[in-house]
Design a protein around this ligand. Sequence first.
Ligand code: TYD
Ligand code: MG
Length: 464
Amino acid sequence: MPPRTVFACQACGHVSPKWLGRCPECGAWNTFVEERAAAPAVSGGRRGGPGLAGALAAAREPVEPVALCQVAAGEQPRLETGMAELDRVLGGGFVPGSVVLVGGDPGVGKSTLLLQVSQNLAARGLPVLYVTGEESAAQVRLRAERLGALVPGLAVLPTTDALQAAEAIGRYQPALAVIDSIQTLAHPDVASAPGSVSQVRESAALLLAVAKRLPVVLVLVGHVTRAGTIAGPRVVEHMVDAVLYFESPAHHAYRLLRAMKNRFGATHEIALFEMQDRGLAEVTNPSARLLSERPRGAAGSAVVAAVEGTRPLLVEIQALVAPAPYGQPRRVATGLDLGRAALVLAVLDKRAGLHLGGCDVYLKVAGGLRVDEPALDLGLAVALASSHRDRPADPEAVVIGELGLAGEVRSVQRVEDRVREAQRLGFRRVILPGGNVTPALAAVAGELELVPVRRVEEAIAAAV
Ligand code: TYD
Ligand code: MG
């Protein structure tokens, strides 16, 4: 009997017995490719589950659950990468035995980042295996020379065979194994082409099993498709412990590393890097970097304090309000949620007497960053009011606060971190929700003046 084939969506992994033009799971068009069906699961449970009788029959050796209080906590020491920013995004470095997926557009710098990390670990005497399916060993050497001194503990294996890669990891037992990239690997027992969903899934599963058994830290590099998801390996995303995305905001020199999933740390944690001619350099003071080009004394600009992951980040919000000469006024938000902007506009209209209904409104987060948090509402309101009145907002002030629909300013979380960041960057005032001001916060603020506000009009009066 010829092997049964199925059709798998290359975007999300959805499987269908016949070819479909549009995937019913993720809605992508023309993504179905014929693949050999995966071997049936060993337990063979049918749809709906085998029921209690089946589960009992399937149970083999009796195993004893352990009282939770008697489980050894086993907090393992983290493997530091030699890049403090990357360590923070990982939650303090690699966890031994963990598997991390690093995704990003081609050319964003994934190979560079991982080769730097590999060299850092090897320089500390830890064995590292760098499996490359994209470049030759000589090309990796050239790149490594450019990034720093060559170290003997770093081994390179050019291969596209998943079995060879897994075997080498098992034999070499490195502290860190990098697979660059998962899409170039193929498992010889799987018929479909490299990069297809079943190849990626099978190769990743094999490597994962080896990595968990040893244990080594396994990093899988994945390319992103135009649709914005890691091609094929969406199936990999839920097999791994952490998913990091490496992005390059359009038209900006820096690179942004963002944790989308992390079993061992905070998600939405971000780190900024800059691509230089000797590899990636960490931007250790991103707030200062993001504010460096802020125009002083220009109307329509306000500085807000966002929190991304565990890190407070000061960013500049810019607003431009202009009369709409004809037709429907335009509403454009870059780096911000348009829904949030609409809410702030409605509150300003109804509660603060700022009628922008007949105006075009453009809003953007300077520096190409994307932020979305209720704590930014008040900063949006101040930037809009400042542009509308054509009067600059206080350049020495940071604005924090969520807006309620009645125009009230509501408390935000993590206010101490935000205030500390404002103080660190030398601001003089923080306009913030009255409900957030406590003696403890005043102690944190020190010289920084705290301006408590309860209503949106108060905040505008204080800032503009
Ligand atoms: P790369 O790490 O190959 O990207 P990816 O693996 O995500 O596809 O990065 C390639 C780009 O980075 C390429 O345009 C050259 C540039 N680059 C530098 O600017 N400086 C360097 O030191 C290196 C190694 C690369
Ligand atoms: Mg690469």
